[in-house]
Design a protein around this ligand. Structure first.
Ligand code: PLP
Length: 402
């Protein structure tokens, strides 16, 4: 038995069966390439599902983490640390937000948003304002709170009862939003691009009307930028494309470049919403994670990666559009920047197709069950996109049928 087969057998014995990973074990990565335990190299255009903003093992990120680990890894939140202050300042300087709270994941960042909304209204004697409005097909995380505002039955199955007082409307349906936001709504939350739901961008009208409706009714507006933030759509935050500033937004995935880090960024309006002691995280804002966050920002600037995401995002969208025109196995494309989706036709088997793509040496993931998601590192090159698209076309020309 090969070393890789041996590891796969051990994985089945000792790892919880809540994932169904592809049948190889990744051991090394550099740039947009990863290698498995059998020595096979793959081109990674999945970007770790929008996490690897600066690619695998970027030397500047790796040494920033190493140096910080040797200097100061953790202090409790009873004490300030320099890195958290610097990172919060850097995020505020690049965004319309005034204050930042750090945590460790996207779910936690959304959990913080929900608690912020409840406590903010409570402190204003608006005790009836406890409801949330979210969208069908959304994904906001797996903790009980974030799951409660996640609008997909498959993630909620068997997990109830979840938070009550959550109403779901169709994404991009302004009339539906207008009909449900009331004086009992604490906050409206949605993603600028529904990512796990199948790479569905919000319309500018929906985002702008959401701001107007929330303002009119006294509800808070939250955007979940966990998959879209930190440059992925070609702007620092996707909300910039719509010219809308929410009261707060959640960030995670790409902000640590692979190091676990989440954040909630808020405007002054709600910055006092969580008074001392009302919310906390042991690891949140630890110097090591924040050093990673700072290094990612440094690399984005030095290498012009947000501009690269915009330029190559347009290129990728154009190439996927052409591909879709040539192929019978696909049924359209959609996305923003370097978060693009190629929709598989009904008769194509998505799981068998993604497995065939992996076997062909290309790492991509599915979104929404039937959409091939292309979300590479923001430092991907045109040549790498071309190489990946050629592999993709080869597989889809003879795509496995259901
Ligand atoms: C938009 C969005 N929100 C929240 C989450 C949850 O993040 P995490 O898995 O880090 O808890 C994800 C993860 O896929 C996401 O895409």
């Amino acid at each position: 038995m090969s070393r890789q087969d041996d590891m796969l057998r051990t994985a089945k014995e000792v790892q919880l069966g809540n994932y169904a990973p592809a049948p190889f074990v990744l051991t090394h990565g550099r740039g947009r390439r990863v290698t498995d335990a059998a020595g096979r190299e793959y081109l990674d255009l999945s970007g770790g599902i929008s996490v690897l903003s600066v690619g695998h093992s970027h030397p500047i990120l790796a040494s920033a983490i190493g140096e910080q680990a040797a200097r100061l890894m953790h202090v409790s939140n009873i004490f300030y640390n320099d890195r958290a202050i610097e990172l919060a300042e850097a995020i505020c300087a690049r965004s319309p937000f005034d204050k930042v709270y750090f945590c460790n994941s996207g779910s936690e960042a959304n959990e913080a948003l929900l608690k912020l909304a409840r406590r903010y209204h409570y402190d204003r004697d608006e005790t009836k304002r406890i409801g949330f409005v979210s969208t069908h097909n959304s994904f906001h995380g797996r903790t009980m709170g974030s799951l409660s505002v996640t609008g997909q039955a498959k993630y909620r199955k068997g997990m109830g009862p979840l938070l009550q007082d959550v109403q779901f409307i169709d994404f991009n349906d302004v009339a539906a939003l207008d009909a449900v936001v009331s004086d009992e709504t604490a906050a409206v939350i949605f993603e600028p691009v529904q990512a796990e739901g199948g790479i569905i961008p919000a319309t500018a009208e929906f985002v702008r009307e959401a701001r107007r409706i929330c303002d009119e009714r006294g509800a808070l507006l939250f955007l979940d930028e966990i998959q879209t933030g930190y440059g992925r759509t070609g702007r620092f935050l996707a909300q910039e494309w719509f010219g809308v500033v929410p009261d707060a937004c959640s960030l995670a995935k790409g902000i640590g470049g692979g190091f676990p880090l989440g954040a909630m960024a808020v405007t002054d309006r709600v910055s006092g919403g969580l008074p001392p002691g009302s919310h906390a995280s042991t690891f949140g804002g630890n110097p090591l994670a924040c050093a990673a966050g700072l290094a990612v920002l440094h690399i984005l600037d030095e290498e012009g990666l947000i501009e690269n995401a915009r330029r190559l995002g347009e290129y990728l969208a154009g190439r996927l559009f052409e591909l879709d025109g040539r192929l019978e196995a696909t049924a359209g494309t959609r996305g923003m920047g370097l978060l693009q989706g190629l929709i598989l036709a009904d008769e194509v088997d998505p799981l068998a197709t993604i497995a065939a793509i992996h076997r062909a040496g290309l790492l991509l993931t599915l979104a929404g069950g039937h959409v091939i998601r292309v979300s590479p590192a923001l430092n991907v090159t045109k040549e790498e996109l071309d190489e990946g698209l050629a592999i993709l076309e080869g597989v889809l020309s003879d795509a496995p049928r259901k």
